[in-house]
Design a protein around this ligand. Sequence first.
Ligand code: ZN
Ligand code: ZN
Length: 72
Amino acid sequence: MGLEMRKRCEKCSENVEHEAYICVHECTFCLDCTTKMFNICPNCNGELVRRPKPKGTCPIAPPEGVFMMGNR
Ligand SMILES: [Zn+2]
Ligand SMILES: [Zn+2]
């Protein structure tokens, strides 16, 4: 099992590319279902947390070793 990016809610098949909630086992749900389930995964009773977006980097805290623009 790798970091497979699921794009559909497991409950209602809604597209969750923009905002997904996952548990530690990467069960994936949309915000609507997550709210209704009180942030608890129905499969494993784990906590559902918001999945970070795969694209884009944090402009405030770049990770170490990252290319720094304008920093010579
Ligand atoms: Zn859903
Ligand atoms: Zn789960």
